[in-house]
Ligand binder design. Structure first.
Ligand code: FAD
Length: 282
């Protein structure tokens, strides 16, 4: 099916793109197009103007910036998955990007597009939460930073205003992280039925800090605060991991759909928190 008619602009500077977004009534940013184009073809979204940001220079870099790494708006999933800086400092995100869709989609879709869209069960939002990423948004009003914990509001809803571009994300260095999921077709390159992204900092044989995020389990990714509390201060033993896993869905409205009942998905959430923690604390 073809989408309804729309105006297409392809600015070559960020200022031009922000002006185009500010000036139009019903406008959408286009980055990789891997979700926006299908949504337009199915007529779930009907923008009158599409602002393609792929020709703006300087948005497709991953950089080392001292105490953090930066991932630009046009960095594709494939680059996030394979870039040495992401693999070294944010391995949960590299693994989540590597398990996102198939190679064709990974070569076009962008990490920032996936975060901005926040589709139900999307892989990379959970990793961004566990890694305590900061989202950098720009509009004609200026720039602002949004903590990952405040960014993913609900299914297909982020804290971005309609006229804002997510220009980059930054991820603090330190700790170790991983991402484990059960894909809908059993493998990893598909939306997860349940997934866990975990980040831990270990010093003197005990877990000094931890963040455990789940995606695919509820309508939006979340931090399992009770799981992290059960782990911090422990020696990371099997008992501590089991205790953390048992809190994976505390206070959460667990999804039921064609892939899993509430009881099965609740079980899976605990299993994937346990597996991710076993890997990262091994
Ligand atoms: C066959 C198929 C399989 C898939 N499987 C998976 C999967 O297993 N796991 C998974 O997580 N995802 C999956 N996806 C989704 C894919 O990862 C998309 O690439 C991603 O959701 C959106 O990224 P994009 O760059 O293509 O964004 P686009 O499609 O260009 O945009 C998506 C939305 O985000 C907005 N947006 C995009 N970039 C920005 C920005 N920088 N600032 C502000 N707003 C922005 C757009 O306006 C739009 O609303 C799949 C997609 C397809 C087609």
């Amino acid at each position: 099916m073809y989408p309804p008619n729309f105006d297409y602009v392809a600015p070559t500077s960020l200022d031009e793109a922000l002006a185009a977004l500010a000036g139009a009534e019903n406008t959408k940013v286009l980055s990789g197009g891997m979700s926006l184009i299908p949504l337009m073809k199915m007529r779930f979204v009907r923008p009158t103007t599409v602002v393609d940001i792929s020709r703006i220079p300087g948005l497709d870099d991953v950089t080392d910036d001292g105490d953090h790494i930066t991932i630009g708006a046009m960095v594709r999933h494939a680059t996030t998955a394979s870039h040495p800086l992401v693999q070294e400092h944010a391995s949960a995100l590299a693994e989540a990007a590597n398990g996102t869709a198939d190679l064709l989609v990974r070569n076009r879709g962008t990490t920032c597009g996936s975060l901005a869209l926040n589709a139900v069960a999307a892989d990379q939002p959970g990793a961004a939460l566990a890694l305590n990423a900061t989202m950098h948004a720009a509009s004609v009003r200026g720039t602002r930073e949004i903590a990952a914990a405040d960014f993913f509001l609900d299914a297909m809803t982020s804290a971005l205003a309609p006229d804002e571009i997510l220009t980059k994300i930054t991820i603090p260095k330190g700790g170790v992280s991983t991402y484990r999921k059960l894909g809908r077709r059993g493998g990893s390159s598909d939306y997860p039925i349940a997934a866990a992204a975990v980040w831990v900092d270990v010093s003197d044989g005990s877990v000094s800090d931890a963040r455990i995020a789940l995606n695919g389990v509820s309508s939006t990714p979340y931090l399992a605060v009770g799981s992290a509390e059960a782990l911090v201060g422990s020696d990371g033993s099997a008992d501590a991991i089991a205790s953390a896993a048992s809190h994976a869905t505390d206070g959460v409205n667990v999804l039921e759909d064609l892939y899993a009942t509430v009881a099965f998905r609740t079980h899976l959430a605990g299993v994937y928190v346990r597996r991710a923690l076993e890997d990262v604390l091994a």
